[in-house]
Write a protein that binds this ligand. Structure first.
Ligand SMILES: Cc1cc2nc3c(=O)[nH]c(=O)nc-3n(C[C@H](O)[C@H](O)[C@H](O)COP(=O)(O)O)c2cc1C
Length: 180
């Protein structure tokens, strides 16, 4: 497999999703993949053109609300042509504090990009999480539409989750590249 040109684009209010971007980039390095990291607040639409693999990170705020910088980007998102792109999502949330809205914003991003032409990889099992409802859950609640990270309640699980997810993303990218 050739090394995918990879961009990690995140939004954040209090820094956790940026910190995760760095940890994901470190794990990618162990697979010999160098990723560029961008804050969505400074991103332009054509930045999405630069990458074959886009890893998009978003936290949820205020009872299912969308992180503000991603919300400001909503109109641009709607117009993106992401045919031939591969997208993996990660979302941050708090499953005990906001169990009816856990990582909802990641579900919003998945819905917004559903018609963009991109292929999604990195869907992630809901096992090991406790929550009542999530807009990010798919397949009858069996999986999330991306990696769910909870730095408020399960930070001790984050390193292992990131390592396993990055391995999965790299493997699924390779499979989809071979199939293309
Ligand atoms: C006021 C407030 C509202 C929040 N609302 C939600 C929510 O609706 N759903 C959720 O999963 N997490 C919620 N969270 C948890 C944040 O998503 C979590 O702390 C996340 O790590 C923040 O990421 P950031 O530092 O990148 O902004 C909330 C946290 C606070 C303080």
């Amino acid at each position: 497999m050739s090394t995918p040109h990879t961009g990690i684009i995140f939004g954040t209010d209090t820094g956790n999703t940026e910190e995760l971007a760095n940890r994901i980039a470190e794990q990618l390095q162990s697979h010999n993949i160098e990723a560029d990291i961008h804050n969505i607040t400074d991103a332009e639409a054509d930045q999405f053109d630069d990458y074959e693999l886009l890893i998009l990170g978003i936290p949820t705020w205020d009872f299912g609300g969308i992180q503000a910088d991603w919300e400001d980007f909503e109109d641009v998102l709607a117009g993106l042509d992401l045919a031939n792109k591969v997208i993996a999502l990660y979302g941050l949330g708090d499953q005990f504090g906001y169990g009816d809205y856990f990582v909802d914003a990641m579900g919003w991003l998945h819905e917004k990009l559903a018609d963009s032409g991109a292929r999604f990889i990195g869907y992630w099992s809901t096992e090991g999480y406790q929550f009542d409802a999530s807009r990010a859950s798919i397949e009858d609640g069996k999986r999330f539409c991306g990696l769910a990270i909870d730095e408020d309640q399960q930070c001790e699980l984050t390193d292992e989750r990131v390592a396993r997810w990055v391995e999965q993303v790299v493997s699924e990218f390779g499979q989809q590249a071979n199939a293309a």
